[in-house]
Design a protein around this ligand. Structure first.
Ligand SMILES: Cc1cc2nc3c(=O)[nH]c(=O)nc-3n(C[C@H](O)[C@H](O)[C@H](O)COP(=O)(O)OP(=O)(O)OC[C@H]3O[C@@H](n4cnc5c(N)ncnc54)[C@H](O)[C@@H]3O)c2cc1C
Length: 365
């Protein structure tokens, strides 16, 4: 489902079909691009994907939808760079009854057939369709009345494409702490987009009834799972050539094109303190390690940034800017943002309207 080698990843970018995407994106079998695990791990940038689409198809009403979705990713990352996204962003989530997660969700036993099937599939492959992510966030937060944070951490833990900005802020968007109102979907909607025929479930109600629903029995039992990143399974060993500067890679930067062909030490840094705060499961961790093999001479260091630098007497250290690198010291390089826009935009569409001008400029040159 997710090849590791860089050539296959680049080939996947070329297969994006913006027209089919715009028509079918919300359906279970929609023509989505399945690029998020590579974008999240920093193997390819949103900018490179956007340029590939614009170079091939131009900017028009057909390509706009795909590029707008890519822009959401950069938008959420910009919000993360400016705000504490681990707490309710715009207003407190209303109606919270617990800070855990409904047990039925993590056991794929919600009794909503399409949802349970997709959760099972999620455990098998580490990927979930965007619409299903929304249904699950809705069920956890707006039906089961859980605060968004714990369920978001559960999803992030299992996702190959875990990106804390897209994750936390989408959960908050569904739960209404980062949007004007809570997101709602009923059984009919789930049946339509996931081709099921279930009737009579606790979600088989009108939207008005659903917005006033008490937590149904099926979602009332909650649990507080303890997530741990299996860093102990990773062999950590580095041998530094002191005549060369050092490039630092991490869970969010595995870019094989970064300073390609130049003389550097290349270290994949896995900091226990980061994975303590943002744990990921074995599948997601191993996926990142496998992706790092696209980068020649990569070495892995499990430990904190300061220990890496001090133990190995690193002189010149270079890294890419990211909110989780706040403790790095050295030369910080810019990420490949899609647009020159920076700072916090309270609304995506304000951001998007400015972004569109840049896209049109690019497309017309
Ligand atoms: C509750 C919830 C949690 C989410 N958690 C994550 C997460 O941890 N990591 C993650 O990468 N995405 C997350 N998303 C966003 C979205 O679901 C995925 O990016 C998308 O499903 C990835 O599949 P794709 O590459 O086939 O996307 P496509 O639909 O083909 O879209 C192309 C690219 O656009 C970007 N994109 C598309 N939709 C969104 C969106 N809603 N928000 C931000 N960027 C988007 C992604 O980079 C994606 O790869 C979450 C959405 C929700 C509702």
């Amino acid at each position: 489902m997710f090849p590791i080698d860089f050539k296959s990843i680049q080939a996947r970018i070329k297969t994006i079909d913006p027209k089919a995407y715009a028509k079918s994106r919300n359906f279970a079998d929609g023509k989505v691009s399945m690029l998020s695990p590579y974008i999240s791990r920093g193997v390819v940038s949103t900018k490179a994907v956007m340029h590939s689409v614009l170079d091939k198809h131009g900017f028009n009403s057909t390509t706009e939808k795909y590029i707008q979705e890519l822009a959401w990713r950069d938008y959420w990352q910009l919000v993360w760079a400016e705000k504490n996204i681990n707490k309710d962003l715009k207003k407190d989530q209303e109606g919270v009854e617990n800070h855990k997660i409904p047990k039925a969700i993590i056991e794929a036993n919600t009794t909503i057939d399409a949802v349970d099937k997709e959760i099972e599939h999620f455990f098998e492959c580490g990927y979930m369709h965007n619409h299903m992510r929304m249904y699950i966030a809705f069920m956890a937060c707006n039906v089961g009345k859980s605060h968004w944070l714990k369920p978001a951490k559960w999803m992030y833990y299992h996702l190959l494409d875990g990106d804390w900005a897209s994750n936390a802020l989408s959960w908050q968007w569904v739960a209404g702490s980062n949007s004007n109102k809570k997101y709602i979907a009923n059984q009919e909607n789930i049946n339509k987009y996931f081709y099921s025929t279930q009737r009579g479930s606790y979600l088989d109600l009108s939207y008005e009834e659903l917005s006033n629903l008490n937590s149904p029995l099926e979602l009332q039992e909650t649990t507080n799972p303890n997530f741990k990143t299996p860093l102990d399974k990773i062999e950590s060993s580095v041998s530094i050539d002191k005549s060369k500067p050092t490039l630092i890679y991490n869970y969010y930067n595995l870019d094989p094109q970064w300073h390609k062909g130049e003389e550097y030490n290349r270290i994949l840094l896995l900091e226990p303190s980061i994975f303590e705060e943002y744990p990921v499961g074995e599948r997601a961790l191993m996926f990142a390690i496998e992706l790092s093999k696209n980068i020649p001479n990569m070495q892995i260091f499990v430990g904190e940034f300061n220990d890496l630098v001090n133990d190995n007497f690193l002189q010149e250290v270079i890294f890419k800017e990211h909110p989780l690198n706040y403790n790095y010291r050295g030369i910080q390089e810019e990420r490949d943002w899609m647009f020159a826009l920076k700072g916090y935009y309270p609304s995506f569409f304000k951001f998007w309207n400015k972004a569109k001008k840049e896209i049109k400029n690019y497309a017309s040159n």
